[in-house]
Design a protein around this ligand. Structure first.
Ligand code: SF4
Ligand code: SF4
Length: 394
């Protein structure tokens, strides 16, 4: 297992952020351990959607800017890239996301280089468990080194979106929805995410937990929660285990960490984490709010006994909350309809409608809705199951 460094940083004032990031990476051996002179370095940020930094949806630009300067000090050439959400991967979409997330200003001042190339390239994954070849955004292949810069956020489908999930953003635009459609169980989806890690092989992870997200993340339904933390690690599993410990989340609720345990990437015990800097106990935030969902694969069907599984298909739609657009908040923008991998959404009478029979509970619609207009509701059967604790649900 790799080490995780944790450093406190109270806010996004640039000097404080730069100093904390330097400390964080120095605790792991310094930036020269990860970047060599002349290397092109992809800073893979979390640019989920076109949202302002204070919404805590995206990696804060000052974190990325300070990291870019460190990379330059080591002689590297940093470039910032991501493919926002499950929306079309175009320069127009990139500009909108960069602008809202605060990246255009530093780029226009010549402080940050942003990726504008929307080409897609093949990336072999010979050791992948599920996927042997990915189609990824061009900088992943063009760069010598990848540094992942995740945001610490909760996630409706995977419980946590951190170091083990951030690389899903290298899948271009709407192709993401195809993975949701094909890999509907949390276990399969998690294995695909671990395959991406094996293909991309980031050398360093820097997590932005200064303003984290709690609740029904990772989009605008989540709530910003100041944690005042930056973390660095050379191993995504160690980093997410540390994040789980800090926010009081059982790592076995995170399908990527369960899949990583099955692969032998960690033993299942907290002793696998070697923390330097601020101790986990001093960083802990026990009242951090978890996602409201009971995702069938994060906490449900994957943990059922064989005889419970026999019944599970019949009730699986009931066991998970349904996405329900709110007529009062929905603007009929059709963003959700356009990304739904099941074509389960129509717009009628000025509001989005979900066909529950086709919905696979991937929550892509919930993630991208610009109005935070999609609520999570259990149907009558689900409420009954939860009320009486059937199938282990509460
Ligand atoms: S994305 Fe949100 S606002 Fe737009 S149609 Fe769907 S529910 Fe309505
Ligand atoms: S309606 Fe929403 S949760 Fe259901 S399949 Fe479509 S995008 Fe996924």
């Amino acid at each position: 297992m790799g080490r995780v460094s944790i450093v406190k940083c109270p806010d996004y004032a640039y000097e404080k952020v730069e100093s904390a990031i330097r400390q964080c990476i120095d605790l792991l051996g310094g930036i020269n351990k990860f970047v060599q002179p002349g290397q092109k370095v992809l800073l893979k940020i979390n640019l989920l959607s076109a949202t302002a930094p204070e919404k805590a949806v995206t990696t804060h630009p000052n974190v990325t800017l300070a990291l870019a300067r460190l990379v330059q000090e080591a002689g590297g050439q940093p470039i910032v890239a991501d493919s926002p959400g499950p929306v079309p991967y175009t320069t127009t979409g990139l500009k909108k996301a960069y602008q809202a997330a605060g990246y255009l200003g530093p780029a226009e001042r010549g402080e940050l280089e942003l990726n504008w190339d929307t080409a897609v390239q093949a990336l072999p994954c010979p050791d992948g468990k599920l996927i042997k070849l990915f189609e990824v955004i061009q900088p992943v292949v063009a760069c010598d080194v990848v540094i992942a810069v995740p945001k610490l956020k909760t996630h409706m489908f995977t419980s946590l979106t951190g170091a083990t999930k951030i690389l899903f953003g290298v899948i271009p635009g709407l192709a993401k929805a195809g993975y949701h459609a094909k890999l509907q169980s949390g276990e399969q989806f998690a294995d695909m995410l671990l395959d991406i890690i094996q293909a991309v092989k980031p050398t360093l992870y820097l997590m932005d937990g200064i303003l984290a997200m709690e609740g029904d993340g990772p989009g605008l339904h989540g709530n910003p929660r100041p944690l005042g933390l930056l973390m660095a690690a050379d191993n995504p599993v160690s980093m997410d285990l540390a994040a789980c410990s800090i926010i009081g989340l059982d790592p076995m609720e995170v399908p990527m960490l369960r899949a990583a345990k099955h692969r032998g990437w960690w033993s299942g015990g907290w002793s696998d984490i070697q923390v330097v800097g601020v101790p986990l106990s001093a960083a802990a935030v026990p009242d951090f709010r978890k996602p409201a969902r009971v995702a069938r694969d994060a906490r449900g069907l994957d943990r059922l006994t064989w005889y419970q599984r026999m019944w599970a298909p019949a009730v699986k739609q009931a066991l998970t909350p349904r996405p329900v657009p709110s007529a009062g908040r929905c603007t009929a923008c059709a963003t959700c309809r356009n990304i739904c991998p099941q074509q389960a959404i129509t717009i009628a009478g000025g509001v989005a409608l979900v066909d529950d029979r086709n919905c696979i509970r991937c929550y892509c619609c919930h993630e991208v809705c610009p109005e935070a207009a999609i609520d999570q509701k259990f149907g009558p059967t689900g409420r009954l199951i939860r009320r009486f604790g059937l199938f282990g649900y509460r």
